[in-house]
Design a protein around this ligand. Structure first.
Ligand SMILES: [Zn+2]
Length: 303
């Protein structure tokens, strides 16, 4: 099993997918390969550190999270070797080419990325929105081996197939007014790990987020135990506003048809911790064109 998270910023993985990846790691052990790709340089998000200092600090924080979390981390580079700038990521041929190569190199079974806003009234973060749009645009090209050989020259007479992964959208709180989910993964068992990994991002949770956040104030933690308590309360608050039972911590996902289209049964078999009651499985089944409903274990219930 290979899973990949492609997201905009250092720390987005920890706040959207880390619990689910940890559950997968516990199920598969060394048979799981997990890779996180961060698509921007991390230079912009601070108020008293210079851009260069912030970028270097955030890179070190992500490397520490990867070491503790046991996942592979890569920073996206354009074909010319430069790193995309935070705060102004745009869908461009170099971005599509870079993502194409990352996805083909790793050949994930599942790719997690941010969603694309469905309506003009939804809020967005420009970098999240761009990564979502870019993954969507490049998805079909993953198995088109000559799509970006101008950027990455290869022997065009010998091509390798690369199966397109199942592409799943992570939850994105920036989409205020346009939040939705198909799958709710109960990550309570992995919550301590999520707290530990997100606590690596000190320049964010102790400095930047308390300065920038509104209207819900972001309280700076004093230590890991304090952070764990604050993070749980914050996540439960988000879930409560999304109509979910605010007792257990979930990560929420939408299943796209951008790449391979899975069955609900395959999703339930492959992804641990999906809580059927907190998910919207019937709507998902209808959207995936399934004729027969499946029960919570993924077994088809024939009429
Ligand atoms: Zn982000």
């Amino acid at each position: 099993m290979r899973v990949m998270c492609v997201h905009a910023h250092f720390d987005d993985y920890e706040f959207t997918c880390a619990g689910t990846f940890e559950l997968l790691k516990r199920r598969h052990g060394d048979a799981l390969r997990a890779r996180v790709v961060v698509c921007t340089d991390g230079a912009a998000g601070h108020h008293f550190r210079t851009r260069a200092e912030t970028a270097a600090m955030r890179l070190r924080e992500q490397e520490e999270s990867a070491r503790r979390g046991g996942y592979e981390f890569r920073q996206l580079r354009y074909p010319d070797g430069s790193i995309p700038r935070e705060a102004c990521l745009a869908v461009s041929t170099p971005l599509l080419a870079a993502l194409w190569r990352e996805i083909r190199d790793f050949a994930p079974d599942y790719l997690f990325c941010p969603p694309v806003a469905a309506g003009p009234l939804a809020g967005i973060h420009v970098d999240h929105e761009t990564v979502g749009q870019a993954v969507r645009r490049v998805a079909y090209m993953v198995n088109v081996p000559h799509a970006f050989t101008p950027e990455y020259p290869a022997d065009e007479t010998r091509s390798q197939r690369c199966p397109v992964p199942v592409i799943i959208n992570a939850y994105d709180h920036y989409l205020k007014g346009d939040l939705r989910h198909d799958l709710a993964v109960d990550i309570d068992a992995a919550f301590d790990r999520v707290a530990e990994l997100s606590y690596c991002h000190r320049s964010q949770i102790e400095e930047w987020l308390p300065w920038v956040s509104s209207p819900i104030p972001f309280v700076a933690p004093t230590d890991l135990a304090d952070w764990s308590r604050l993070l749980r309360a914050r996540l439960l608050g988000h879930l409560g506003r999304s109509g979910l039972p605010a007792e257990r911590v979930f990560e929420l996902f939408c299943v796209t048809s951008w790449g391979a289209v899975p069955t609900t049964a395959r999703l339930l078999a492959d992804l641990p911790g999906v809580d059927a009651a907190a998910s919207n499985l019937e709507a998902l089944r209808r959207r995936l064109g399934e004729r027969h409903p499946t029960d919570a274990t993924g077994q088809v219930r024939r009429p």
